[in-house]
Write a protein that binds this ligand. Structure first.
Ligand SMILES: C[S@@+](CC[C@H](N)C(=O)[O-])C[C@H]1O[C@@H](n2cnc3c(N)ncnc32)[C@H](O)[C@@H]1O
Length: 241
């Protein structure tokens, strides 16, 4: 039997190609096949295409069920690896942050396919940073809570009243999130920033507070990181607004 190829589960960073790691770049150059996600930045996709590899888009199309797509991706990784190919499974940000990287690694383990996880620059910290927002700052915040905003919105009643909250996938539930945070006791004047398409040429930042941000960010349609907390004020000190 042919020796299976190896699968590299690689983080592509938040979108700016210069935020790809040197290892990610090397592995893409060496790979036979690249399976890439929706959140892999446009410029990185252009770069992949220039490498002239077999590059397959495996992101979810609108209306498609996540689980079915995941099974197809798992099967693709398996069949390419079993035919001896080196596979780069390229995912936005870091593969082990809200990206199903763990599920894919579990699948490969179960199938006995050699793999390696290659960390990437997560949007959690890089997107706020590129909008001039440090996640911690002396006198403003010394803690960070990271949450997915799309589910379990009820759980917001347990959110801390101090410190920074970073919300991924919260764009469409922003109004509920803010209302729940106020209900949980957060000051309605707490600053909030919504950073859309962070680190790319299309980056846009909308700021406000818990009372008004949902209205102000109504026309945000791209991927967005939401930052709640006094650290948002720091961007002004840094000349970002
Ligand atoms: C499925 S999660 C994947 C997170 C990714 N693994 C990471 O480490 O950044 C997708 C969410 O990440 C956030 N995101 C990723 N890239 C982003 C970017 N360039 N700008 C703003 N938000 C981004 C958005 O909240 C988006 O809905």
């Amino acid at each position: 039997m042919k020796k299976p190829g190896k699968v590299y589960i690689v983080g592509a960073g938040p979108g700016d190609p210069e935020l790809l790691t040197i290892k990610a770049m090397r592995l893409m150059e060496e790979a036979d096949v690249i399976l890439y996600d929706k959140l892999v930045g446009e410029k990185i996709v252009e770069l992949i295409k220039k490498l002239r590899k077999t590059a397959i888009y495996v992101g979810k199309n609108s209306g498609e069920k996540g689980m079915k797509r995941q099974e197809e991706i798992n099967e693709m990784m398996k069949s390419f690896a079993l035919s001896g190919k080196t596979v780069v499974r390229l995912k936005g940000g870091d593969p082990f942050v809200f990206g199903r990287g763990g599920i894919e690694a579990e699948f490969l383990t179960k199938e006995g396919i050699p793999f390696e996880v290659v960390p990437g620059v997560s949007s959690i910290n890089s997107v706020p940073a590129s909008a001039g927002i440090p996640l911690t700052h002396p006198g403003f915040s010394s803690s960070v809570l990271v949450v997915a905003g799309r589910d379990d919105v009820e759980e917001w009643k347990n959110a801390p009243l101090k410190g920074t909250i970073v919300i991924l996938m919260g764009r469409d539930t922003l109004e509920e999130i803010c209302a729940n945070l106020i209900k949980a006791g957060r000051n309605p004047e707490t600053p909030v920033a919504v950073v859309e398409n962070g680190t790319t040429a299309n980056q846009r930042v909308v700021t406000g507070n818990l009372k008004n941000i949902a209205k102000r960010a109504r026309d945000v349609t791209g991927p967005a990181v939401i930052v709640v907390g006094d650290v948002v004020k720091v961007r002004k000190n840094l000349g970002f607004e």
